[in-house]
Write a protein that binds this ligand. Structure first.
Ligand code: ADP
Length: 493
């Protein structure tokens, strides 16, 4: 019945695409080359709009606008209170346009509209209010020194920030990057992902309506190896923040090093364990493990993509995890009650199906799913593998799709070693009522976030980032401010 429903005409989004140009120096402009690229509706693969395609000469223009706004414009010099008020007004406007932003996000990305409208846009608003709160609370220290000195540290904005974001949470990634950079008084050139350029342009326009001076926030749509690489290697960009795959993270870090040694924050891939302990209430554990993996079509860097289950509850868990996946409601993300929409694009869709084939070939048991859903767009059946072994590709590599891999374990020491035996270290889930077990696991796991009896809960104030090859630095919370500040030591005698 789900498959039949997918053959129906897609629901028409209740929003117009107003902005498809680059936003440079406070104005919407075409790319200098005049080129555009299509952004597609993941439900059908059809074109939503043609968007200006920024190249290095456009990045040059955007960086020049950001430089001018930083060196000569009012933004870094205005009082922190004024900056705060602009950010709060922007948050009010984002809130007022909740439904349009949510519709654009779902149209371009394919995520359920209810998730966009009821969770993600409210989180976006909350993030900007949180960072507005920081704007007038950034200050240095006085430091005692030997001799007749008075010493102080000044925390100054770092300058022009280059920011490159992915397509899985276009607006939340916009907020994680733009919020702290603006609160600290920097100017920005942001490159959106080529799959999802629309919502950031709309949001950035609202910042200008809120009174953000021109040139402070520039948005360039375009591709990674052209626009993205130009930003990462630009000599006049003072700071780079990147979220995306680990492979691309290595590339941008190298570009930053080879150009002007700009400091880099990286938020990269993951293969996060979700550990279901012996004492777990299996029904609850199944539900949470399901959410940890399938949320956002499985397209989360922190997805709980290695479900480790204690041998005493393993058989029951597998049976129920399969039943839960079979009940998952997949369909047009604009429909009410839908849990899962299409994957982002044909490349990701094909990659997921390839990993599913690899799981079957390597001897894992395909409990349910395993194929596309419907005949158009990029829908994938909720898929569950059991009897997964650590060495299989589906247990080692990031699939970024609705494919759950269930592995069996015997004791805590073993599962700690196996959970940590990965190049990644982004997040982990722990499911237990035993406080000793929870303590042992949270301390032993080498990851940036541990969720105990919860998963994928995010707050503006809580830092997020990776150990090992999942990244460098932390975003959100107070920790993110230091990504966007220079420290100047001043001595007076
Ligand atoms: P994904 O595989 O999830 O699309 P990527 O890491 O390729 O992840 O993409 C994340 C962001 O990085 C996107 O905005 C993309 O355009 C950008 N990007 C991709 N390749 C490069 C590159 N060589 N230099 C700079 N940015 C890049």
């Amino acid at each position: 019945s789900t498959a039949t429903a997918l053959e129906e005409e897609p629901i028409k989004p209740a929003v117009q695409v107003e902005h498809t140009q680059l936003l440079i120096g406070g104005k919407f402009v075409d790319a200098l080359s005049g080129k555009t690229f299509p952004t597609l509706d993941p439900r059908t693969g059809e074109v939503i709009a043609h968007v200006a395609e920024g190249h290095s000469e456009d990045v040059d223009r955007a960086v020049a606008a950001a430089r001018k706004a930083f060196d000569q414009g009012p933004w870094p010099k205005m009082t922190a209170y004024e900056r705060q008020r602009i950010l709060l007004r922007a948050a009010d406007l984002l809130e007022k346009h909740n439904d349009e932003l949510a519709a654009l996000e779902t149209w371009d990305n394919g995520k359920p509209y209810e998730q966009s409208a009821q969770i993600e846009i409210p989180m976006l608003v909350r993030l900007f209010r949180y960072y507005a709160g920081w704007a007038d609370k950034i200050h240095g220290m006085t430091v005692p020194a030997d001799g007749q000195y008075h010493v102080q540290t000044l925390h100054e904005p770092i300058g022009v920030a280059g920011q490159i974001i992915p397509w899985n949470f276009p607006l939340l990634m916009f907020a994680w990057k733009v919020g702290p950079a603006l609160a600290c008084g920097n100017t920005i050139v942001l490159k959106t992902a080529e799959q999802t350029p629309l919502s950031a342009l709309y949001a950035a326009k609202l910042f200008h309506e809120a009174g953000l001076p021109e040139g402070v926030l520039n948005v360039v749509s375009g591709f990674g190896p052209t626009a993205g690489a130009a930003l990462a290697s630009h000599m006049d960009v003072d700071k780079l923040a990147f979220t995306g795959s680990t492979d691309t993270g290595k590339v941008v870090l190298e570009l930053a090093a080879r150009s002007n040694l700009k400091p880099v924050t990286l938020e990269l891939g993951g293969k996060s364990p979700f550990i279901v302990c012996e004492d777990a209430d299996v029904d609850q554990a199944v539900e949470l493990a399901h959410f940890a993996l399938f949320f956002n079509q499985g397209q989360c860097c922190c997805a709980g993509s290695r479900t480790y289950v204690h041998e005493h509850v393993y058989d029951e868990f597998v049976e129920k995890a399969k039943a839960r996946a079979l009940k998952r409601i997949v369909g047009d993300p604009f429909k009410s009650g839908i849990e899962q929409g299409p994957q982002i694009d044909s490349e990701q869709f094909e990659k997921i199906l390839k990993y599913i084939r690899s799981g079957v070939q390597s001897g894992a048991t395909l409990e349910t799913g395993g194929d596309r859903l419907g005949s158009k767009g990029f829908y994938v059946q909720p898929t569950v593998f059991s009897n997964v072994e650590d060495g299989m590709l589906i247990a080692k590599e990031e699939i970024f799709g609705p494919v759950q891999s269930i592995l069996k374990f015997k004791d805590l020491d073993e599962v700690i070693e196996r959970a940590n035996n990965t190049r990644y270290g982004l997040a982990a889930g722990v499911f237990t009522k035993n406080i000793d077990t929870a303590n042992t696991l949270t301390r032993a796991l080498r990851v940036g976030t541990v969720w105990v009896n919860c998963f994928d809960t995010f707050d503006a104030a809580i830092p997020f980032g990776g150990y090992k090859m999942s990244g460098q630095g932390r975003e959100k919370g107070e920790y993110s401010l230091k990504n966007y500040l220079q420290v100047k030591a001043v001595r007076y005698v």
